[in-house]
Design a protein around this ligand. Sequence first.
Ligand SMILES: Nc1ncnc2c1ncn2[C@@H]1O[C@H](COP(=O)(O)OP(=O)(O)OP(=O)(O)O)[C@@H](O)[C@H]1O
Length: 269
Amino acid sequence: MATAEKIRFERVTKTFTVRDTEQKGAMKEFTAVKELDFNVKEGEFVTLVGPSGCGKSTLLDLLGGLTTPTRGRILIDGKEITGPGLDRGTVFQQYALFPWKTARGNIEFGLEAKGVPKHERKEQANHFLSLVGLSDFGERYPHELSGGMKQRVAIARSLAFNPDVLLMDEPFAALDAQTRESLQSELLRIWQKTKKTIIFITHGIDEAVYLGERVVVLTPNPGMVKKIVDIPLKNRLEDADIRSHPDFVKARHEVWSLLHEAEYLGANI
Ligand SMILES: Nc1ncnc2c1ncn2[C@@H]1O[C@H](COP(=O)(O)OP(=O)(O)OP(=O)(O)O)[C@@H](O)[C@H]1O
């Protein structure tokens, strides 16, 4: 069971300078996320939901070290994030694979950059191809793979870097419903095997509840933590129809209700 603290958001606020549409030529401050203050435990799977524009990607950029907080700080293992690092891997909605490299080549690329010798690269690529169920597809190029397979390669590539934390930005949003469901359970399986800490952004309430041990619900404009909902679901993988289980239905309803409170009126969920 997860115990040690892995990530800590300390009153994190991010503002952007934007054009003031009411005053020609003037600029103003726009607060994307405000006073985020919560912790993620080592090995925990946390999902984040909120309406469009509530700052989910901003939060992930901050975690990835691509931008820095305007106020507050984010700590990983007690150390402040000051930039990108191999301790964090990101999987995006678009597969971002190199089209000129095979599935295996895409996975090996990160290992090569890390200076892993050739024979070890091959072994590790085999391991990760098998982990994502693509042992027979290593020599295929991205255009020869389905959307779900491409996303599996992207996950394998991120895992090959052996990051402590996996950041996932709506990774299954572009997939059809059936492929999405099968990748969700595959991701749970991978998480159980690898024990990574996962931060997963989604628009899907079902997805958030199915995957997350906790769901962080964000408010729109600015993005603040509305509530962190515990999802005490057991047997997610063993129960083929877990989404019909009363505990799932109850948790789903709680998140749904939060996202339909007054401040979300007019927001695009
Ligand atoms: N570089 C930037 N400059 C100015 N404003 C920005 C910048 N990046 C993001 N924003 C604004 O910050 C807010 C949060 O954006 P962000 O992309 O994080 O939202 P999101 O929750 O990921 O949205 P979606 O669910 O639609 O992907 C938005 O209002 C966006 O316009």
